[in-house]
Design a protein around this ligand. Sequence first.
Ligand code: SF4
Ligand code: SF4
Ligand code: SF4
Length: 261
Amino acid sequence: MYENLPALKKPRVAVFELASCAGCQLQILNLEDELVDVLQLIEFAYFKEAMSNTSEDYDLALIEGAVTRASDEQKLLEIREKAAIVGTIGSCAYPVGIPGLKNSGDVEAASELVYGAKAALFPSVPVKPVDAVIDVDFHVLGCPIEKDEFLHTLTALLIGKKPPIPPYSVCVECRMKENVCAFDRGETCLGAVTRAGCGALCPTYGSRCYGCRGPADDPNEPSLEALLEKRGKTPEQIAADYALYNGYREGTAGRREAPDG
Ligand code: SF4
Ligand code: SF4
Ligand code: SF4
């Protein structure tokens, strides 16, 4: 990520979609109480989910979705060339989210499962996050993104600051909320290695962290994996746990390998 972002005065914003469910774009449109104020400060140049007019003239590009086709890479390179600032919105774009599940098996078999006899018409590649293809200046994390976090990101950009992102794990927020830990309920959880910022949303409502915000800084995965194995998870089950949202690892042909052991 770049350290110094240019301050943007009423930036022209383009919202692009790769492989995704469009839920993070909808979160922007769900800013019902704030959208009128937001539109005093930015202008949408391209936002297919919201409007039909399009423009190739934009300062800030927001990208939702994962890279799943070779043509996506060319599209990203063109966007990076045009935009002063590029950010991602949602887990599909980073760390790779639900589309990354395709990396858990054979990519061609996945295409045939979805497209059947017409699979050859839709050439597919192992899934990558956006920042595996182009430099990205910031990530708005989550599945879907949090509205407040999106607004804080916009505010930072408008004053020329790097959008804040917590370096620590979901466990920190979870302990501050005094939640009963999933491990103490006999379950497992990826909160120890996952970046905070959601307020430990899932454990707070009785579930567990699935890792949707990607890795925290310096995640101690070997330690968590040892604990998960002690709780009876096989290396394959642990790999499947990670693969739900973190199915991409650089240098592994887009596939997260099962840990040793
Ligand atoms: S991150 Fe989640 S909500 Fe956002 S586009 Fe991907 S699947 Fe949809
Ligand atoms: S429930 Fe998950 S996030 Fe909360 S403290 Fe336990 S391991 Fe950490
Ligand atoms: S608790 Fe984990 S899975 Fe749930 S929103 Fe936070 S990071 Fe995502």
